[in-house]
Ligand binder design. Structure first.
Ligand code: DSN
Length: 415
């Protein structure tokens, strides 16, 4: 990182970046939507591509000077199509929320009905939650998980779809630890004449690496972010069947966005090249193996895991039986160098800002090269911290041990 050129102009920001870099290097980052982009991805993000404007698409731009930008965007598109086996890719969405908004703009009219997973059960804000534009401009209905096993109730999804006849069914989640049954969603969508959107923002890297089934054969459209398990730059992407390609492209530009962020497109092309390497499949498998190992260790310590465990990169933990609210646990863990987020659990009796659980995930630790042994140590540390959330001496001791472990597993791009 070229910190010195920043320092020469703005020592305050340079200092804050250096501190953040140190924080990312010395802590165990368990927020499941975060990761470490490679040095190559970071370099492309910080390149001269940020200087260019290029509204439109390759070969059909509104400004001159596009020969290299066109080639970069074409590379990103071809790599995305090859990696996911998709007919069409749009790599211009600024992130996941605008990607979803573009999909709605392409496929729906205001007031149309959508059926998606409820936010408190693990869904996402942009899937029709009432405070968002997706909840205000569309008639959103939401399915959830079963109380008995906390898994998506496909019978409920089918019954709601038959009754509501939605124009669009959305599958995808931000706090759901189990495999999504894309074939079952597609069968329901087909039966009721709905379109199917799979939002794989969280699991895109697992899908790319073969550690989670792909929705591409089943969904009309697939949306994703590019920076979570996929390990690229902050951005979004839409994959779709050929028949929706024109509508999706027109919805992204000029429908919703202006000039694409070419520095992000360049970095995405680099990340997609990385994801095509055999080592990426190893990483994806290890992310899941690590999550399962952590789940087993935490279960052994009496933690109540939503749905009893995990099939993917994340775990949702209900702390009710530990008598520690999620926020209290998250703050105590952070003092011990273990960074996660407080999270609602299905059927939560507490509020979203002061929920009963925490959400943790293994992508960042796996990128550092950590494995099952480190997950066991982490599970033991978490048990000690949650058992005594006011014990600041314990937290300081563990923070020191965490920093030592981190030193043994350097993270790319930080330090
Ligand atoms: N903020 C992301 C997450 O943490 O899951 C979702 O957009």
């Amino acid at each position: 990182m070229d910190l010195e050129s920043i320092r020469a102009v703005d020592p305050a920001v340079a200092d804050l970046i250096a501190r953040e870099s140190g924080r990312q290097a010395r802590t165990l980052r368990l927020i499941p939507s975060e990761n470490y982009a490679s040095a190559a991805v970071l370099a492309a993000t910080g390149s001269c591509l940020t200087n260019k404007y290029s509204e439109g698409y390759a070969g059909k731009r509104y400004y001159q000077g596009q020969e290299h930008i066109d080639a970069i965007e074409a590379l990103a598109i071809e790599r995305a199509k090859a990696l996911f086996g998709a007919d069409h890719a749009n790599v211009q969405p600024y992130s996941g929320s605008p990607a979803n908004l573009a999909v709605y703009f392409a496929l729906l009219k205001p007031g149309d009905r959508i059926l998606s997973m409820s936010l408190p059960h693990g869904g996402h804000l942009t899937h029709g939650w009432k405070v968002t534009i997706s909840g205000k401009y569309f008639e959103a209905h939401q399915y959830g998980v079963r109380a008995s096993d906390q898994r998506i109730d496909m019978d409920q999804v089918a019954a709601m779809a038959r009754e509501l006849r939605p124009k669009l069914i959305i599958c995808g989640a931000s706090a759901y630890p189990r495999i999504l049954d894309f074939a079952a969603f597609a069968a329901i969508a087909e039966e009721v004449g709905a379109l199917l959107l799979a939002d794989i923002a969280h699991i895109a890297g697992l899908v790319a690496g073969g550690a989670h089934p792909s929705p591409v054969p089943y969904a009309d459209v697939v949306s994703t972010t590019t920076h979570k398990t996929l390990r690229g730059p902050r951005g979004g992407m839409i994959l779709c069947r050929k028949k929706w390609a024109k509508k999706i492209d027109r919805a992204v530009f000029p429908g919703l966005q202006g000039g694409p962020h070419d520095h992000t497109t360049g970095a995405l092309a680099v990340a997609l090249a990385e994801a095509q390497q055999p080592a990426f499949a190893d990483y994806a498998r290890q992310v899941v193996d690590n999550a399962k190992a952590l789940a087993e260790r935490l279960s052994g310590h009496g933690f109540d895991l939503v749905s009893g465990g995990t099939d993917n990169h994340l775990l949702l933990i209900d702390l009710t039986n530990k008598n520690v609210p999620g926020k209290v646990a998250a703050v105590a863990l952070e003092r011990a160098g273990i960074v996660c987020n407080a999270n609602s659990v299905p059927f939560d009796q507490r509020t979203p800002f002061d929920p009963s659980g925490i959400r943790i995930g293994t992508p960042s630790l796996t990128t550092r090269g950590m494995g099952v042994d480190e997950m066991k140590r982490l599970g033991d540390w978490m048990q000690q911290v949650v058992a005594a959330p006011d014990d600041e001496a314990l937290q300081a001791r563990i923070a020191g041990e965490v920093a030592e472990l981190c030193e043994a597993f350097p993270a790319p791009g930080v330090g």
